[in-house]
Design a protein around this ligand. Structure first.
Ligand SMILES: Nc1ncnc2c1ncn2[C@@H]1O[C@H](COP(=O)(O)OP(=O)(O)OP(=O)(O)O)[C@@H](O)[C@H]1O
Ligand SMILES: [Mg+2]
Length: 357
């Protein structure tokens, strides 16, 4: 989906702005602290219900205010999210109240920012989130199964902290094993398909390296999830949570000489991370769905040749791009060779002025 207009109210230093008309490529520029990342944060919030900077809405809702609003229009739809400081959300699609997942489904958003560039070195959570972004968008059954698994996991973890009996635990372990096995199957199938798209993109971005994606399920496949859970009860009770399961899945990336984490340079790691995200968008696009990509502060992370290549690849995937920068002149140089419909928005103290560029 491409957005034609975004309106943001009461979010960080933005009192009320209307960003329109949007183009396929949107450059949001302005001084430090002008509100560029807040625009990116608002679009991410609308699409996912979550900020990528904080889990607490009080941090992004404007000081002294009780709620924030993000509203967007595409050719076909009107999308709205109102988030209150107590975390209550009202989500609307074409005037009807809906679940957040319905907006997430029609507005696939990929965030690429300097924090993402630590994906290989960080804990497993962001890698699992990357994997599940794709699962959510290509396999409609995934979300419902994932919610059921999370509920069972929560119940088992609560029981682990009490003097629960084996029979009480077993009820939730069976639910975890049943939904977990289906999620594992989806992850296996989708990551195999993803690997094909990844091989094409990595060939363009890092042609000298042969890198593969390995999916680690989070439990012993031979033994099965149910038996793994039963066998680890004593250790899980000691720890107070479930050590094995599909909630512990991970991704590993291998080069010819070892893991990507150990063998690639810092710059090569960034290109690998871009290839992971771009290949997901490519796979989604092959299924008829265009993504929105949020590039926050990436002009400082990538040299101008890499920026030009990234934009060209995204354009080929029919992605709508929102890109922030403090250095408009540098971005204009990058865009000299890119023949693409572009809109420029200049932010000043949370207000937007559309440049006459
Ligand atoms: N809850 C809030 N209410 C009001 N203002 C806030 C709130 N949280 C942060 N701010 C302010 O909002 C402003 C916008 O921050 P933002 O991160 O969007 O800036 P930016 O343009 O991305 O800057 P940079 O170029 O440094 O990344 C900052 O001045 C910040 O201090
Ligand atoms: Mg910023």
């Amino acid at each position: 989906m491409h957005l034609d207009r975004v309106r943001i109210e009461r979010l960080r230093n933005i009192i009320n702005i209307d960003i329109s008309p949007l183009a396929p490529l949107n450059i949001i520029h302005g001084a430090n602290g002008s509100g560029k990342s807040s625009v990116i944060e608002a679009i991410h919030l609308l699409a996912t219900g979550r900020s990528f900077r904080t889990a607490n809405p009080k941090h992004y809702i404007q000081y002294q205010r009780q709620d924030a609003l993000v509203y967007a229009e595409s050719k076909k739809n009107r999308l709205g999210l109102n988030k209150a400081s107590d975390n209550q959300a009202t989500v609307r699609l074409d005037g009807e109240t809906v679940n957040q997942s319905e907006i997430a489904r029609i507005l696939p958003v990929q965030l690429i920012n300097p924090e993402n560039m630590d994906l290989l070195e960080s804990g497993s959570k962001p890698r699992r989130q990357l994997l599940d972004w794709l699962m959510f968008h290509v396999e409609h059954k995934f979300h419902g199964l994932w919610l059921r698994y999370q509920r069972a996991l929560k119940q088992r973890n609560a029981l682990l902290k009490t003097t629960s009996s084996a029979a009480e635990l077993l009820v939730w372990e069976q639910e975890m094993a049943n939904t977990g096995a289906q999620i594992h199957q989806i992850r296996t199938r989708v990551s195999e398909e993803w690997s094909v798209f990844f091989a094409q993109i990595i060939q363009e971005l890092l042609p000298a390296q042969s890198i593969t994606i390995e999916y680690l399920p989070g439990f012993d496949i031979e033994q099965g999830l149910l038996q793994t859970l039963i066998d680890s009860r004593a250790r899980d009770k000691e720890r107070g949570h479930s050590l094995y399961g599909i909630h512990r899945a991970d991704l590993r990336f291998r080069t010819a000489h070892g893991t990507a984490e150990q063998t690639l340079s810092r710059g090569q790691k960034k290109l690998l991370i871009l290839a992971l995200k771009l290949s997901q968008m490519k796979m989604l696009y092959a299924k008829g769905c265009a993504s929105v990509v949020l590039l926050d502060d990436m002009t400082a992370e990538l040299d101008s040749a890499a920026q030009a290549r990234l934009i060209a690849l995204l354009i080929a995937l029919n992605s709508q791009i929102f890109m922030t920068t403090v250095d408009l002149a540098a971005v204009q140089l990058v865009l000299e060779d890119v023949d693409f419909q572009t809109a420029f928005f200049h932010l000043q103290d949370g207000c937007v002025v559309k440049d006459a560029v």
